[in-house]
Ligand binder design. Structure first.
Ligand code: SF4
Length: 491
């Protein structure tokens, strides 16, 4: 059963709410943001006639808002709301009224909102911004920011051990009789690789047996069985490139920069020039940023926001992205990757157009060339020029140029028509006046991570991470909406 009205009759104790200052952030959020959409969004996930009365979805969603605004856990937000007048006022409850318990918050996030509806939550706040005339730009800024997993990275042997032990412990706790019949943990022998193979067979056998005996397993045991199955089926596990945690199987290693890596997820973000986030897509940390461009642009376009320009860094400059943007008549304010541009550290090599050869820093011409890569496959073809290594052996400039290998080569990327066109745009005054706008998303990333906790995953798995990223974006959008509306009225 679902209640659809917030408590409206004020009690004697509600006088206390007069103590909350007008400029309190929750008072301003309450004034500017409409939370009523949440009822229609989740109502079909409730039983209309049966079941005990459900807490009103808006109260639960407002609790999630407080949670992500202040970076609180499920338990902490309930504890704090019990004694914080502003929090309780924000929920629309009287001071003496009881609160939902913490477990209801997790159920609301995972089962009522779920992975499909959570995206709609962000769309609703974007729509409110559009309806209020706060989004006027037609540019979209793209970037990604990382989140550290709420788990450590383990070697394959440890992943398998932990996955097996988690199932065994759960069965021992809940099904004592079955526990005694389970296959015993094997005595591991040989190299680490061989031990991992033995454990892989054991985990597969253990998972099959538990599933066969407990086909209706639910809750945490089901989750552990599902993860174990994922681990067993992961072909890359033993090569150290697959699942690296028995607790969070979706997290992966990714690169922050040339020398820095992280273990976790990437949040791919699209934001308007007014700094309203329109789309967030979470992937494991090893996913390529550039491949998310289409999804982010399409998600934003589906919200009926006209996009005429995309600003992003070199990671988004792949030929297929440029082609896609050209087709959609969207200006790509995206610098090209240096590999495409030809700006290499060893650019003392010069291409001689007349003779179709390359002259090396010592003044020698290449002796032959070869073309690699195929046309029309999304990447540029490469021309490789070969030099006479007899000359290299005697060359005074060989240090840093020639390492004594069988061949000395120099490669040049053959620029596609899209890349040549892009290079011309990148020298224009129009691009120069626009490129600085891209930096705005850096501040937004810092706010998401440092102020609202997106630096570390609160939940496990890609789905949990998507929920966290979107609720954080909702909070950040609400704050921005207040600022934009204030600026609109004071102008
Ligand atoms: S090492 Fe070979 S390629 Fe490099 S500058 Fe000398 S001759 Fe030219």
């Amino acid at each position: 059963m679902l209640l659809n009205h917030r408590q409206s009759s004020l009690s004697f104790h509600a006088e206390l709410y007069n103590m909350i200052p007008e400029h309190h952030i929750l008072k301003r959020v309450n004034k500017h943001v409409d939370f009523s959409f949440i009822y229609d969004l989740v109502k079909d996930s409730y039983c209309t006639y049966y079941g005990r009365p459900a807490n009103e979805p808006e109260i639960l969603f407002r609790l999630l808002f407080i949670q992500f605004l202040y970076g609180l856990s499920d338990e902490r937000v309930i504890e704090d709301t019990q004694v914080n007048l502003a929090y309780k006022w924000f929920l629309g409850l009287n001071p003496e009224e009881p609160l939902p318990n913490a477990s209801q918050l997790s159920r609301f996030r995972r089962h009522r909102l779920g992975v499909n509806k959570i995206e709609k939550v962000l769309e609703h706040i974007v729509k409110q911004c559009v309806d209020k005339g706060l989004i006027k730009s037609t540019a979209l800024i793209l970037d990604s920011t990382h989140t550290l997993a709420n788990a450590t990275k383990d070697k394959p042997l440890d992943v398998l051990k932990k996955a097996a032990n988690r199932i065994i412990r759960s069965v021992k706790k809940q099904h004592r009789k079955l526990y005694q019949k389970l296959p015993k943990f094997p005595k591991l022998e040989g190299t680490e690789q061989e031990q991992a193979k033995q454990l892989l067979h054991y985990l597969s056998d253990l998972t099959d047996q538990v599933q066969e005996k407990l086909p209706d397993a639910e809750g945490s045991l089901k989750e552990k069985i599902d993860i174990a199955k994922q681990i067993v089926e992961d072909e890359r596990l033993l090569t150290n490139k697959g699942i690296s945690s028995a607790i969070d199987p979706d997290a992966r290693f990714g690169r922050k920069s040339k020398n820095k890596s992280f273990y976790g997820y990437k949040n791919h973000i699209a934001m308007t020039e007014e700094e309203i986030i329109t789309s967030v897509h979470v992937t494991p940390g090893n996913e390529d940023d550039g491949k998310q461009l289409k999804k982010l642009v399409n998600n934003t376009k589906e919200q009926e926001l006209p996009i005429k320009e995309v600003l992003a860094d070199t990671a988004y400059s792949a030929k297929e992205n440029l082609t896609y943007l050209q087709e959609k008549v969207i200006v790509a304010s995206i610098p090209l990757n240096p590999a495409v541009y030809g700006t290499r550290e060893d650019n003392h090599f010069q291409y001689d157009k007349e003779n179709d050869e390359v002259i090396c820093p010592a003044g020698h011409s290449s002796i032959r060339k070869a073309k690699t890569g195929k046309k029309g496959q999304g990447t540029n073809q490469v021309l490789t020029f070969y030099f006479d290594t007899n000359l290299c052996h005697l060359c005074p400039l060989r240090e840093g140029c020639y390492k004594g290998t069988k061949e000395k080569t120099y490669s040049i990327s053959i620029k596609s028509e899209e890349h040549q066109q892009q290079m011309r745009y990148l020298t224009s005054d129009e691009y120069k006046s626009r490129k600085g706008i891209r930096n705005r998303i850096e501040h937004k990333n810092a706010e998401l991570k440092n102020v609202h906790g997106l630096i570390r995953a609160k939940y496990r798995g890609q789905f949990g991470m998507q929920i966290q990223a979107i609720l954080t974006a909702f909070v950040v959008n609400a704050k921005r909406m207040i600022k934009l509306e204030k600026a609109l009225f004071s102008s």
